[in-house]
Design a protein around this ligand. Structure first.
Ligand code: ZN
Length: 307
């Protein structure tokens, strides 16, 4: 189990922006989550949520362009209806890479910062050892409907609502609610691979991620099914454990800053040692420490080429 988890995480790291990978070998798994909602999972790609019913299909995120035919085939196995809408949770390529192939038949919707970042391309990273560069997306891959704060898509008796939270995983994150089915897709504001990647270079913030999750928690029913950006379907307790870790680690770095410690001194003092079980191949304890430090100091650090 552990080996499998590490492998997935390592692949997410290299795949976050669609670098080389043989997509022909990737298998797509479809699971019924609850009500109208299904989840589509593929190794190294962001999770897709699909609300399926008589009115058609709305999907949340679309993984990578080379997987589009597999996504369509997987959806065909549960419904003949067309994918009418795609909602992007944020701009990263492992969540928006399928926009181009889906744009021919579906309307793509996202928060306005998603469109802006896809349009220009740019840097993503924690301001230190984790860094990616994404090229500008072709015009047809851009969302054609954008919103500032929230938007709803009314399909299948479901009021699918995308709600924007500024400065979490990125500055364009939306969390997507399926209230009738009791399901939420958290995008990468909640992941299960350990310490999360927080894209400081795209306006992300650990404190913003905490605020987003704390805002969302009271909106959710106790038995809600939580679709993480990456990882298996989770529950409220999983999200609570995650946000508790974020708050505790954030406070530990804040305290070390008050003591006047530099980033190197914090690494040497192992200020996040208590939480090291969250360390993964993608985001190690040191990489997460850099993230929290850069978030709190507004310092992006020196660019260190990673991998
Ligand atoms: Zn992401």
């Amino acid at each position: 189990m552990r080996v499998h988890v590490l492998l997935v995480v390592a692949m997410s790291a290299t795949l976050a922006f669609g670098q080389e990978q043989d997509f022909s070998k990737v298998e797509l798994k479809v699971t019924h989550v609850a009500g109208t909602v299904y989840m589509l999972e593929a190794t190294g790609a962001g999770n897709i949520a699909a609300s399926v019913g008589d009115d058609g299909i709305v999907i949340v995120d679309d993984q990578y362009a080379p997987l589009a035919e597999k996504i369509r085939a997987a959806l065909k196995s549960v419904s003949d209806k067309p994918v009418r809408f795609v909602i992007n949770t944020h701009w990263h390529g492992d969540h928006t890479g399928g926009n181009l192939p889906f744009s021919t038949t579906s309307t793509i919707i996202a928060q306005e910062n998603v469109r802006r970042r896809l349009q220009t391309g740019g840097a993503a990273g924690n301001g230190a050892s984790v860094h990616f560069d994404a090229p500008a997306s072709p015009k047809d891959a851009l969302p054609i409907i954008t919103f500032e704060h929230d938007v709803s898509v009314h399909l299948n008796g479901e009021d699918v609502r995308a709600l924007h939270f500024p400065h979490g995983h990125t500055d364009g994150d939306s969390i997507i609610f399926f209230p009738k089915s009791g399901v939420v897709h958290m995008g990468d504001d909640f992941v299960t691979y350990g310490f999360p990647f927080i894209d400081i270079e795209s306006g992300g913030s650990a404190r913003g991620m905490i605020a987003a999750i704390e805002n969302v928690l009271p909106k959710l029913p106790p038995d809600v099914k939580v679709i993480p950006g990456h990882g298996p379907v989770s529950n409220l307790d999983d999200v609570r454990r995650f946000v508790t870790m974020l708050k505790e680690t954030n406070a530990a770095v804040e305290a070390a800053l008050k003591q006047g410690k530099s980033l190197d001194q914090m690494k040497q003092a192992k200020v996040l040692d208590r939480w090291k079980k969250w360390s993964g191949d993608f985001i190690s304890t040191d990489a997460f420490l850099e993230t929290l430090y850069n978030d709190q100091t507004g310092h992006k650090g020196d660019f260190i080429k990673h991998n």
